[in-house]
Design a protein around this ligand. Sequence first.
Ligand SMILES: [Zn+2]
Length: 89
Amino acid sequence: MPIYAYRAREVEGGCTVCSDTFEVTHGMDEPRLEACPKCGQPVQRIISGVNVVQGHVMGEGLSRERLKKSGLRKMVRGDDGQYHDDTPK
Ligand SMILES: [Zn+2]
């Protein structure tokens, strides 16, 4: 499944997840994420092609090791429709 990067529209009001860029995996046919799965703050999708994180090429996906280094949060949508924090510890 494709990985999308999101960030809060108002970074100052965001929580630990959305005040920085985080990644969400969801199908292309699913609606884009409108709010932070943790705090409900409105989020925007980081447009592909923007250099979000150094060395991060959109659409390529990140290995868990690179994800860890980049400091990104990874949110994964479960079967129950809820997003879970799947950031490697
Ligand atoms: Zn948040």
